[in-house]
Design a protein around this ligand. Structure first.
Ligand SMILES: Nc1ncnc2c1ncn2[C@@H]1O[C@H](COP(=O)(O)OP(=O)(O)O)[C@@H](O)[C@H]1O
Ligand SMILES: N[C@@H](CCC(=O)OP(=O)(O)O)C(=O)O
Length: 650
């Protein structure tokens, strides 16, 4: 079967709500709905489509099993009911699918599985394998263990996130009404059905009246799901759960339910994942910032921020809203809520005075912004109205997508314990580090890519450099140093034992060139001075921490002033070179706004002629503030030299 767009093999997510799975009056499961849904899935599967079910109903079914007539209010009670109901529901899914000659698989997800990029990729690989085995994954939130602040909370949002994860073409939300209406049809007899939605922002509907006591979120969360799903290029449909047979008919083009059309230029690669990061706050932008961010796909700078809400940390996801509070997109913020509050409306040269350090120039870098508006979708959008750099953006999206595929593959390889020592060229990521394969014999020169652990956060001057160090030492103690930030080992090209403290939070990509057994890493690095042992490293860190603290004390310090003036010269130099088209490594370009790159540049270890395959996307992909460690590298005499195209932080 082809869908209306002519595609043959589709990935389809079907979310079924409690209202369609539980018969409130009879206090039983709605077995006929459930059985017919399984039959529809069987037919879709037989037509070559991959199908995931996101099933609600655990709490409702649990309540029925225990004879409760009202939904409990306490989280712990709901969690207990979910534990009872989930197994009951899955028993029927398993029975029905078995009777139809199919196998289903239970997947319980929690927020952490989606918000953490590594776990997200891992979950994605699991779905791929479940599809390969021909099974039907049946997903629910892991309600029983999800604590309040770490819950997704409703399965409409969960289903959109699952649709993003499996790169679904269609997401169906089966519920107890035939479509979205202009208002709740059970309380407003004048409510009119809405059949098609091209621009969610333009919708005028009242979703404030909730549905049954057993559902969560009513229509409001379904609209949230629609915004997420359509932004990633997925069609979404709200339709009647008692008639799952509509699904194949809607795919063929029949008019039923409410169809939300996807963005023409959907989010790709890593930006899709950003949508799964929990939102911790919001900023409101003035009209100029709205134009820059929403229409011209620019970064968000502090000058355009008029208000901040929520309590977020650096690198949390926040909503980017217009002055009225309408959400236009989401992004990973480079500063905490308190920091943004202090620098909002100001320009970046004021950051040092306000914050005591110079951080990223962008509050939210454009590489970390996911726009949710469907401005690009409108059919009448002429080329002249397309956002600035639309072509470049498209190419960057493609790069993002390719990077995403590579990351997924790397995640599979790592999970399988495959050392990435291959005769063919390998593209490595800077969040991999090189290390000796722990499984290999002493004296072997084989190298592996070892995934780096999640980034640590910190600011110079804050005392968390000490905390970072404690974490690093703990990792090393636990034998994770090879995959951690404090790396120790022997390089094939270095005779001596060295300690390398790589920049721990840069997600830039770099090309490692071909690796093969017994061959030194191309572009191998040579420390100009060697930190011989842990004592040296600790001593160095201590010195640097003291310097950090002194610098953070304020801009009165002479050395700090000198540092600042070098920094602005470096930025100017860089801008000039950029304009002149000199090939500048992207990571250094990015770092021009932070201490390390610029100081590195000024100290001569920056090599503009160095050819490296770092896509421009690397810029701004910073996770957490790297300033403390960047600063350390910048100040450290142990800077690393690049021989022939490899890359390590200076
Ligand atoms: N504008 C609207 N259009 C349709 N239904 C609405 C609207 N606003 C609120 N609702 C309510 O949303 C309910 C469906 O959401 P919910 O109870 O969460 O169901 P489910 O369990 O299927 O997720 C409907 O039964 C209806 O009462
Ligand atoms: N995870 C919960 C579902 C929460 C939920 O969103 O319910 P619903 O609004 O019926 O889709 C459960 O299984 O009961």
């Amino acid at each position: 079967m082809k869908d209306r767009s002519g595609s043959t093999a589709l990935t389809i997510v079907i979310k079924v709500g409690t209202s369609s799975l539980v018969r409130l009056e009879q206090n039983t499961l709605h077995l006929s709905n459930l059985a017919r849904l399984c039959e529809v899935v069987r037919d879709l599967h037989a037509d070559g489509h991959k199908v995931v079910i996101v099933s609600s109903g655990a709490v409702g079914a649990g309540a029925q099993r225990l004879g409760l007539s009202a939904r409990p209010k306490e989280l712990a009670q709901k969690q207990a009911l979910a534990a009872v109901g989930q197994v009951h529901l899955m028993r029927f899914y398993d029975d029905f699918f078995s009777a139809l000659g199919m196998t289903c698989a239970q997947v319980l997800l929690s927020l952490g599985n989606l918000a953490n990029r590594g776990q997200y990729l891992n979950a994605s690989n699991t779905f791929t394998e479940l599809f390969n085995y021909g099974t039907v994954p049946v997903v629910n939130e892991n309600d029983t263990v999800a604590v309040e602040e770490l819950r997704i909370g409703d399965n409409d949002t969960l289903s959109a996130q699952v649709a993003t994860l499996v790169r679904a073409d269609w997401l169906f939300l089966l519920t107890d009404v035939p479509s979205l209406f202009t208002a709740n049809p059970s309380t407003d007899p004048s409510a009119q059905p809405i059949h098609e939605v091209h621009d969610i922002a333009a919708l005028q509907v009242d979703t404030s009246v909730p549905g049954t006591q057993w559902g969560t979120g009513g229509m409001a969360t379904k609209l949230t799901a629609a915004r997420l799903a359509t932004a990633t290029g997925c069609h979404m449909v709200i339709c009647q759960g008692s008639c799952p047979e509509q699904i194949p008919r809607i795919l063929r083009g029949e008019r039923a339910g409410t169809v939300f059309y996807p963005h023409l230029q959907p989010l790709k690669g890593r930006k899709r994942w950003i949508l799964s990061v929990p939102v911790k706050g919001a900023v409101r932008m003035d009209a100029g910032a709205v134009r820059a961010v929403n229409e011209r796909s620019k970064s968000l700078f502090s000058a355009g921020i008029v208000a901040v809400t929520g309590d977020f940390n650096a690198q949390d996801a926040i909503q980017l809203c217009d002055a009225d509070g309408t959400e236009l997109g989401r992004g990973l913020c480079n500063y905490s809520a308190a920091e943004v509050d202090r620098i909002k409306g100001k320009v970046s040269k004021d950051f040092v005075t306000e914050l005591g350090y110079l951080g990223e120039e962008e509050i939210v870098h454009r590489d970390n912004i996911c726009l949710l508006s469907q401005r690009r979708f409108q059919a009448n959008l002429s080329d002249a109205n397309l956002p600035e750099h639309a072509d470049a953006e498209e190419q960057e999206d493609e790069e993002d997508e390719e990077a995403d595929v590579r990351e997924r593959q790397a995640s599979i390889d790592n999970a399988a314990g495959i050392a990435a020592v291959e005769p063919k060229p390998i593209r490595a990521r800077s969040d991999d580090i090189f290390g000796r394969d722990p499984e290999q014999a002493e004296g072997s020169n084989h190298f592996s890519f070892i995934p780096r652990p999640p980034p640590l956060h910190g600011r110079p001057g804050s005392d968390d450099l000490g905390a970072r160090l404690a974490i690093l030492r703990d990792r090393e103690h636990r034998g994770e140093a090879m995959g951690g930030a404090l790396w120790s080992g022997e390089s094939a090209s270095l005779p001596s034992r060295v300690h390398v403290l790589p920049r721990i939070d840069d997600n830039a990509f770099f090309d490692a060139g071909p690796l093969s057994p017994g061959k030194p890493i191309p572009g191998s690095w040579q420390p100009q001075s060697t930190l011989a042992d842990e004592g040296d490293v600790m001593q160095r860190l201590k010195e640097l921490q003291e310097r950090d603290t002194a610098k953070a004390a304020g801009p009165g310090d002479e050395e700090f002033q000198d540092w600042k003036s070098q920094l602005s010269k470096a930025s100017a130099m860089e801008r000039a070179s950029e304009t002149a088209g000199v090939n500048i490594p992207s990571s250094n370009r990015r770092d021009s706004s932070s201490s390390a790159g610029s100081l590195g540049a000024m100290s001569g270890s920056w090599k503009p002629s160095m050819e490296r395959a770092i896509p421009s996307k690397a810029r701004g992909r910073q996770h957490g503030s790297s300033n403390a460690l960047n600063l350390m590298h910048a100040l450290s005499p142990a800077s690393y030299d690049i021989n022939d195209g490899g890359w390590l932080p200076t």
